[in-house]
Design a protein around this ligand. Sequence first.
Ligand code: AMP
Length: 385
Amino acid sequence: MRRKKVLVRVDYNVPLNDDLQVTDDTRIKLSLDTIRYLLEQEAKIILMSHLGRPKGEVVDQLRLDPAAEALEKLIGKNVKKFDDIVSAEIKDYIDNTMNFGDIVLLENLRFDPGEKKNDPQFAKSLALLAEVYVNDAFGAAHRAHASVSGVAEHIPAVAGFLLKKEVDTLTSLLENPGRPFVAVLGGSKVSDKIQVIKKLLEKVDTLIIGGGMGYTFLKAKGFEIGNSLCEEQHLAYAGEMIELAKKNNVHLALPLDTVIAKEYDKDTDKKMVSVESIPVDWMGLDIGEKSIELFKNEIAGASTVFWNGPLGVFEWERFEQGTKDVACAIARSSAVSVVGGGDTLAAIKKYKLRDQFSHVSSGGGASMELLEGKELPGVAALLDQ
Ligand code: AMP
């Protein structure tokens, strides 16, 4: 890397407010280890990222200038932001004007339709800017896009520190977990987690299922779940997973009780009932006290915990207790704790627990695909795997 032109794919898909300021710079902070290393190597650092969903055209609100400013503050160095992704002027600037140890940031990659299509010409024009490619965007590693996989066909391609840490942590979770290994799954949909549930049932000692998806499992076990979320089309699958858990000697821990409401509303009346007595016109929006105790006990005895998905509608105070208590239990436990997923991250941010887990994955989709056992395009393209 020493005194080379290095093209770095980062994940600066950061939230912006109406004044176009970055409201959470976590993803930018996560890129600093790789950038600092390249600064030590006196590389010419050419950063690139996507932001939002501009659909292949320029959208002024999705330019990367706010990310460049946030990076400047964090790294204490000037970051030159281009208004284009690739052009003769940019190439000329990098080759002839840029100093070693300087940082530039290209414009939002998704302004070009070639990015998502993995257009070979677009990938090649990106690669022509540099001598080496570093992928540090774990959050985009499951996408076969030009800046993630196509570019690696043209110049030597290696993993950045963040991507390496994510892949190593999640892989060792599957290959070599400390036991007992407890996984906690929640969130609204079974359909999003079909593959991961199956894979985890080969690996874990206990699988806890709560959140909206828990009710499909309860119904598959024969409980009446009223108006709670239910994916009828996945009832048979849920039944198969209940059988698979028995066959694999996995303790499948489902809610014992639930907090129910008549309407899906943040201020609605609630009550706590056993899962055996959910009235037909009520819906479960959180796990109940007994379930919280059961899940906390499982977590307290674990050596490894993986958690993805809230256990109730945690966005609303009246239905947040299950998610809050389980999050605190995982944070407090001495187990190796790995947490992933957009809503799960929002929950740990809400309860100010972010620093209390062994590893918080920066990629929701990518972490789930890795746990499903899939090869990620952004990892497959690299030399050093
Ligand atoms: P997902 O997008 O699948 O990760 O699900 C996250 C969402 O699931 C959150 O916005 C929660 O509000 C929602 N959720 C969790 N538990 C329930 C529930 N019992 N009923 C309806 N939505 C839920």
